[in-house]
Ligand binder design. Sequence first.
Ligand code: 5GP
Length: 121
Amino acid sequence: MSYDDNNIFAKILRGEIPCNKIYEDNFILSFYDINPQKKIHALVIPKGKYIDLDHFSMNASTEEIVGLLKGINKVAKKLEISADTGKGYRALANISDYGGQEVPHLHFHLFGGEKVGKMVE
Ligand code: 5GP
């Protein structure tokens, strides 16, 4: 499967569709999910064209991998849900069909602001 340039997150990255931005740097963009599942539901996406976590792990540069992981922490700190606040959150990536991934651009969901609950329903 090749990367679909017309997926919704690619359009958000190009500025063709608006988003409620939380944070942006050279490696990532973070914005609120349009259909929040918890009090806080943020998305963190790499700027590169990666379909899912496996595609990213196999093809991204070390800089991009570090940028994404550090970016998740920066977003969590900005939202005041990081572990050092004593609150915490869940970071989750759905991968491909059985993982329930709907948008084919790698994204981490950050759920927080309340107890997130069972890991798998
Ligand atoms: P997935 O099921 O692929 O892991 O998650 C896709 C997520 O993207 C869903 O939680 C969905 O609500 C969110 N989403 C889909 N379209 C848009 C959009 O246009 N804007 C934003 N902010 N989120 C979206």
